[in-house]
Ligand binder design. Sequence first.
Ligand SMILES: *[C@@H]1O[C@H](CO)[C@@H](O)[C@H](O)[C@H]1NC(C)=O
Ligand SMILES: *[C@@H]1O[C@H](CO)[C@@H](O)[C@H](O)[C@H]1NC(C)=O
Ligand SMILES: *[C@@H]1O[C@H](CO)[C@@H](O)[C@H](O)[C@H]1NC(C)=O
Ligand SMILES: *[C@@H]1O[C@H](CO)[C@@H](O)[C@H](O)[C@H]1NC(C)=O
Ligand SMILES: *[C@@H]1O[C@H](CO)[C@@H](O)[C@H](O)[C@H]1NC(C)=O
Ligand SMILES: *[C@@H]1O[C@H](CO)[C@@H](O)[C@H](O)[C@H]1NC(C)=O
Ligand SMILES: *[C@@H]1O[C@H](CO)[C@@H](O)[C@H](O)[C@H]1NC(C)=O
Ligand SMILES: *[C@@H]1O[C@H](CO)[C@@H](O)[C@H](O)[C@H]1NC(C)=O
Ligand SMILES: *[C@@H]1O[C@H](CO)[C@@H](O)[C@H](O)[C@H]1NC(C)=O
Ligand SMILES: *[C@@H]1O[C@H](CO)[C@@H](O)[C@H](O)[C@H]1NC(C)=O
Length: 883
Amino acid sequence: MVISFSCSATTKLTWTLALLLILVTMIQVHGQSPPGFVSIDCGWINSNTYTDNALGIPYSSDGEFVDGGLNHEILPEFMDGVGNDQQKTLRSFPDGSRNCYTLPSTISKKYLLRAMFTYGNYDRLNKTGDMSLFLFGLHIGVNFWEAVNLTNQDPSTTVLKEVLTIAPSNSVSFCLINFGSGIPFISSLELRPLQDTMYPFVNSSLSVSYFQRIRFGNVTDLITRYPMDPYDRFWFRIVNNSYPWISLNTSSIVKSPPDNDAFSVPSGILQKASTLDTNYSFMTFAMAQGRNLGTNSLQLFLPIFHFAEINMSNPNRRFSIYINDVLVFSDFSPSLLQVESKYYSGQFKQNASASISLRKTDGSSLPPLINAFEVYSPVRMENLTTDSNDVNYMKQIKTHYNLARIGWNGDPCSPSEYSWEDLTCDYSKSNQNPRIVAINLSNSGLIGGIAISFINMASLVNLDLSHNNLTGAIPDYQLNSLKVLNLSNNQLNGPIPGYILQRSNAGLLDLRLEGNPLCSEVKGAYCSNKKNTLTAVIVPVVLVSIVVVICILWKFCWKGKSGDHEDYAMYEEETPLHIDIRRFTYAELKLITNEFQSIIGKGGFGIVYHGILKNGNEVAVKVLMETSIAESTDFLPEVQTLSKVHHKNLVTLEGYCQNKKCLALVYDFMPRGNLQQQLRGGHDYSLNWEQRLHIALDAAQGLEYLHESCTPSIVHRDVKTPNILLDENLVGIISDFGLSRAFNDAHTHISTVAAGTLGYLDPEYHATFQLTVKTDVYSFGIVLLEIITGQPPVCMDPQTVHLPNWVRQKIAKGSIHDIVDKRLLDQYDAIALQGVVDLAMNCVENAAIHRPTMTEVVARLKVLLPAVSSEKQSVSAPPQSTY
Ligand SMILES: *[C@@H]1O[C@H](CO)[C@@H](O)[C@H](O)[C@H]1NC(C)=O
Ligand SMILES: *[C@@H]1O[C@H](CO)[C@@H](O)[C@H](O)[C@H]1NC(C)=O
Ligand SMILES: *[C@@H]1O[C@H](CO)[C@@H](O)[C@H](O)[C@H]1NC(C)=O
Ligand SMILES: *[C@@H]1O[C@H](CO)[C@@H](O)[C@H](O)[C@H]1NC(C)=O
Ligand SMILES: *[C@@H]1O[C@H](CO)[C@@H](O)[C@H](O)[C@H]1NC(C)=O
Ligand SMILES: *[C@@H]1O[C@H](CO)[C@@H](O)[C@H](O)[C@H]1NC(C)=O
Ligand SMILES: *[C@@H]1O[C@H](CO)[C@@H](O)[C@H](O)[C@H]1NC(C)=O
Ligand SMILES: *[C@@H]1O[C@H](CO)[C@@H](O)[C@H](O)[C@H]1NC(C)=O
Ligand SMILES: *[C@@H]1O[C@H](CO)[C@@H](O)[C@H](O)[C@H]1NC(C)=O
Ligand SMILES: *[C@@H]1O[C@H](CO)[C@@H](O)[C@H](O)[C@H]1NC(C)=O
């Protein structure tokens, strides 16, 4: 409330008092919901909450928690007999096989969820009395919980179902399942938070369903619940409490053991108990074979017994517990005014019709006693919910287009038989949440723009939004895994985003836009009706293919291994993997590289050519050696891995080409060549001290990313100055990572090419043949020494000596300054020099365990970099144009 006029102090005070009074009255009238309680009176049509008089808890209508359904009242003749007001109204679900309520919760917290069902002949069809089956199911989340069986029941019967469960997300969903034998309905729904330490056997893969919960002694109320039980559990009083059963009570508080409060049974409940007349020795009671407990005699159950001595003279009372005459807990003595709960820790027993007996043991002076008792049956939470991002995006889509689809409620993919229509889900990865891979909302009357949520769905492969009234432009967003995008026959206009166009042109996206206004301006294949072209073209294509194959075979047989590159173009193979980078054909590579004219490098795996893409971007095309290819089955998986590695200090893979005889990788072109060329290239320009340290740090960060941020870690295996490329700003970029593994493993185990380069190779590798991240650290140490000294890893002058030894010898003979590259002209930071040399020598320790990790290397280099030059200096020399 805003009081905008100015007023004196006294009037203000009166206002405040008045407000306080109103508030107090309101609280008294409406009651306050205990924290986390969600209390829903299903079918209650008034949008206001009301406070249940007996409980003092506010109840609200269910409209905001559920989509479908119809509101009803039970017939007046049953109104007076119901146990609580919430049973007077209900919501029925004549449509849809699954209807779900979504209740707010806190992820990973434990909850009690209670649903109650009172038929009350609301539809005047006598469904509980017409001798037909009246049965429907309940799901908790995406797992079957229990069936509600109202067959041959009195219409006034209230069925109670309770489950103790862990919230899988920030909502708990509860669904009613139509089995085709009666319309599901619900009268009330309650969610109560429990302490996480309670019912310790309940976990994310196991919920427990209520079977029985009884308190003993002389109890007036049929049900004890909130507020005596702050968790609002229902405790029923014992039915048969007549002689020789004796009721005990105490006014003293009964405590829980200080270290164990797994069940938090209220003291008020434990203050009463039942025992027997002293000349009796055992008490027996049955676990109810209740009407709604199912007829399955193989049902599993978990009983929990709560005992506390409440005879204040603390008598000698000892007894044993038997289930169906099998001893389960032996010679037990309850403690005075302290509860002890006996249960098998999460182990369920068979047979629901068990009878339980407590037998006085020899030497006990009094018969047994019992205060309370609970029984649960297991609910296995084996089915996984749909990926939560997919769920959120689908919810946004549903809201965005106001889609009121029957069946579009609850989890989109799970369980599979109730998945949303028009969605296709991928369940193939067991132990992983199902993902949405296709959405078909064709002819769905969608109006408005294309929801970004579609494009954000990371696993979506096929999206069909054709034949709707979608307007506006196609959003310019990075596509994830989308392979088919059908937007035909809508009202879309505006330009087609470059990224989408690019993917379509590269053959990575099947784009269909015909029947949109935007097609009046553009003339791509995506604007023509492909269906017709497809049927028209199929037959010729098949014929042509056969001719082509014959030609190839003929040519091949005659020419054999002539090495004519033309042949390779015919051997395009299907990629069995999803690789989200461009796939080039051999012909395209030829075009890009201008017939493989300009060689810019030769490496362990093949020759690198310079190329220019259609859009003008320069690329480096690495054509892998033919001999490497034959058995390189690891090539594609490796490319797939590489296509997912993104870091500013790692070279970006733009695409690849895979032919039977040609494997090629297309990378961003690095105009300044590699570090080796810059250090020893013989041209007049040389890197200054700071540039060198920056490049070292760049390379270290790239390696750190491969080691620490990739799972599993990627070991480069061939860190060396030729593999550290430089972009136009002299940022160090690591190349050739990952591939070494593909080739090394595909070939022999003793590979001189792939497993490192002479001078850079970890001495421990010779002994163990084990390549680890520390192998890269060693090689990086050599790179650091090269950066400092400008010397090659193995100096030949006057005799062959390994760079670390050369450095050691020089330092031993004279001063550390003697090792520094003469080209630096003594322009370097002497203090930093010592640090960098120390770090390099540390990296080249013989024992891998003594070498630092790349993370430590990065940290140490950062400290050594002159503070002033943290911003990269602009480079004055012109970029290299030839190699
Ligand atoms: C409903 O069923 C009961 C028997 O359970 C029967 O006596 C009663 O006449 C039935 N009422 C209607 C309207 O069919
Ligand atoms: C899990 O899903 C499968 C397939 O949808 C279903 O057959 C099974 O009953 C579900 N399990 C549970 C516990 O609900
Ligand atoms: C849940 O509890 C059951 C029984 O105690 C156990 O078998 C299962 O491994 C537990 N699951 C998790 C996810 O802790
Ligand atoms: C049970 O308690 C009521 C009062 O709450 C009392 O009147 C009655 O006598 C008690 N019965 C027994 C058997 O203790
Ligand atoms: C109550 O218990 C007594 C003695 O145990 C037994 O004789 C009687 O049949 C029981 N009554 C009911 C309704 O269970
Ligand atoms: C409590 O126990 C006493 C006997 O110890 C009995 O007289 C009294 O009725 C009991 N009260 C209730 C409420 O059961
Ligand atoms: C126990 O004692 C009572 C009298 O206090 C008597 O009525 C009853 O029959 C006895 N029961 C047994 C089993 O001895
Ligand atoms: C439902 O209850 C009826 C009557 O008690 C019984 O005949 C039927 O077997 C029950 N069905 C199920 C599936 O429990
Ligand atoms: C309480 O314990 C005393 C001492 O053993 C015993 O004499 C008395 O009968 C007990 N009272 C009840 C109600 O069991
Ligand atoms: C699109 O909207 C127009 C009217 O604006 C309507 O006539 C037409 O049926 C709609 N098309 C679809 C596919 O909903």
